[in-house]
Design a protein around this ligand. Structure first.
Ligand code: FE2
Length: 379
């Protein structure tokens, strides 16, 4: 029997409208709160006022783009100066990752770089993190459910993970209403990230019965919800998308991913948007992987299932999932790899680097450089 373990937030509040409980939940965890917030989330102003009324002493850090080493260093210093006893992130995946890293590293005494999977020495073990509350405002990364924070290392043109089971949030408060009215382009890129995470987690070589159950139940509803959100605003579709995103975080954190996230970690290190990259690579990544599995006469059942769920979610005929996904991505104007800052001349370098990325290790089959190049060329 396949064995597995489960890492998930100690506590999760999920539901439309549950953000009104945030201030009381946070005040019950800490008095000196470091609040890490995205710039565009208006509700955080209300949360700040509510926390102050409940007696919390606040320090606020504004996150900007995907966190790099320097941003994490600065935010950790602010947290230590404030003597924070709790960190709260409200925002997209990058904001949650910044807060997660700050909660993780504030009680430790070394430099941020010593705790990353960088170089041959291996990361230092951090002290026990501060309590961390994650309140996502985009349905995509599932960062509110994972044990790692992705941090950019510009000098190496890479994204590296700060990874530790103790980094999983103590409380994930997930309210789909916080995504109502989000821009179509953000909804599309974020949603395709969540779907790619469910798909790669289901197909990867570390899939297990628990993660299978999550992925099987949510790939088709997520695809259908995203399809609907490209035509109109729909609360139920927002709910389905956030459910898929949150559960994709649990799935990937307890199984693995694959070449699409391996490539995204390399390309994303060059400043492009993670979700859009995953969405651009998904159809080609599935096609090349399925082709190799079939050539090896191995079992393609899971690839057929995924294709069927995507087809059903997009209203396409059986067997037409991959083609429907390509058309969906084009019709909704997801930026091309070129538009995302990936020049054709760099394909060789990106393919080589991604072959060794940590996500690639869980890919369902071993890929050669030719295979990875093809995924890029077909995307
Ligand atoms: Fe992702």
């Amino acid at each position: 029997m396949a064995s597995f373990s489960l890492t998930a937030p100690a506590r999760t509040l999920f539901g439309r409208g549950c953000h009104v409980e945030a201030a009381a939940e946070i005040a019950a965890i800490g008095d000196r709160v470091l609040l890490v917030r995205g710039r565009s989330v208006a509700w955080v102003d209300t949360l700040e006022g509510d926390l102050r009324r409940l007696g919390c002493i606040l320090e606020v850090v504004h996150s900007s783009g995907e966190p790099d080493l320097e941003q994490v260093r600065t935010a950790v210093a602010i947290s230590r100066d404030h003597k924070a006893d709790c960190v709260v992130s409200v925002g997209g995946g990058a904001t949650i990752d910044l807060g997660k890293a700050v909660a993780g590293l504030s009680p430790s005494d070394g430099d941020v770089g010593e705790y990353l999977e960088l170089g041959n020495a291996g990361p230092r073990r951090m002290s026990d993190p501060l309590p961390f509350v994650a309140i996502p405002t985009t349905a995509g990364t599932g960062a509110e459910a994972t044990r790692n924070a992705v941090i950019g290392v510009p000098e190496h043109q890479l994204k590296i993970s700060l990874r530790d089971p103790r980094l999983v949030p103590d409380l994930a408060l997930v309210d789909p209403a916080l995504t109502d009215g989000s821009l179509k382009s953000l909804t599309l890129a974020s949603g395709l990230d969540a779907i790619t995470q469910l798909v790669e987690s289901y197909l990867c070589n570390r899939a297990n019965p628990m993660t299978d159950a999550l992925c099987k139940a949510h790939i088709q509803p997520a695809m259908a919800a995203l399809h609907r959100l490209m035509t109109c605003e729909d609360a139920q579709a927002r709910d389905a998308m956030f459910r898929a995103s949150f559960l994709s975080g649990i799935a990937l954190g307890n199984s693995g991913l694959g070449i699409i996230h391996g490539l995204a970690s390399v390309i994303g290190g060059r400043g492009a948007a993670h979700g859009a990259i995953c969405g651009r690579l998904l159809a080609a990544g599935l096609a090349v992987n399925a082709e190799i599995v079939a050539r090896q006469s191995a079992d393609v059942t899971r690839f057929d299932e995924v294709d069927g769920w995507i087809a059903a979610g997009l209203g396409a005929p059986t067997g037409g999932g991959n083609e429907a996904l390509r058309r969906f991505v084009e019709a909704n104007e997801l930026p091309s790899l070129h538009d995302l800052g990936v020049p054709g001349a760099e394909i060789e370098t990106i393919a080589k680097l991604s072959a060794h990325a940590s996500s690639t290790k869980a890919n369902p089959v071993a890929l050669g450089l030719n295979d990875i190049r093809r995924i890029l060329q077909l995307s």
